[in-house]
Design a protein. Structure first.
Length: 199
């Protein structure tokens, strides 16, 4: 489309008696405009991504709790619960099932995950994930909080660069900020120290 518009612009300007220098200038301006239209906001997008990566991304543990038996988790389901219970050292995980009923997952005497329906969550601590699309970036934040006082104990924040409007139109999502690769297991167990690891 840019080539067609540029050719028409040069042709029309020639009919009005424009010299070859003016035609060349008009062609250059036309080409520059069509290059800049999809890419004009790439630089501010990159700048905003880098600014947020430096100022807000990363793991912040404000306070740890020791001897934690279990917690409420947005990451629920039998497979996830089994990982938390068998590998992390917690005794239970509360969450919702596929029908959005509250369930408490725990291990039976044989080490199998069992799900017990409960009226509502009873654990003291909660882990949630917030996802917020911003102008040039996509923000994800895992938050561990005290379910009673609503005090934030820890946050794990990541930003994904979306690029300029043309990249967003193509639904391109770039890699997240570097230096924010603490595993969920480490983030969780350093904040909510499981009863199995508590000494």
């Amino acid at each position: 489309m840019g080539v067609v518009v540029t050719a028409l612009l040069v042709k029309v300007s020639g009919r009005f008696g424009a010299k070859w220098k003016l035609k060349a200038l008009l062609a250059a301006i036309s080409v520059a405009v069509f290059i800049l239209i999809p890419t004009w906001d790439v630089i501010p997008a990159q700048h905003e991504f880098e600014r947020l990566c430096q100022s807000e991304a990363g793991v912040k543990i404000y306070k740890s709790a020791e001897g934690v038996e279990g917690f409420i988790s947005v990451f629920s389901g039998v497979g996830v619960a089994e990982d938390f219970l068998k590998n992390y050292g917690y005794r239970f995980v509360e969450g919702t099932d596929v029908f959005t009923h509250w369930v408490r997952y725990s291990l039976d005497a044989q080490g199998r995950v069992v799900a017990q329906k409960i009226d509502g969550p009873m654990a003291r601590y909660r882990i949630e994930e917030e996802q917020v699309p911003l102008k040039y970036v996509y923000k994800t934040q895992v938050v561990i909080e005290d379910a009673i006082t609503k005090e934030k104990l820890a946050t794990k924040t990541a930003f994904f660069r979306l690029g300029g409007w043309f990249d967003q139109l193509k639904r391109v999502v770039y890699e997240p900020c570097r230096g924010n690769d603490m595993r969920l297991e480490d983030f969780l167990t350093k904040t909510l120290i499981p009863v199995g690891r508590f000494r």
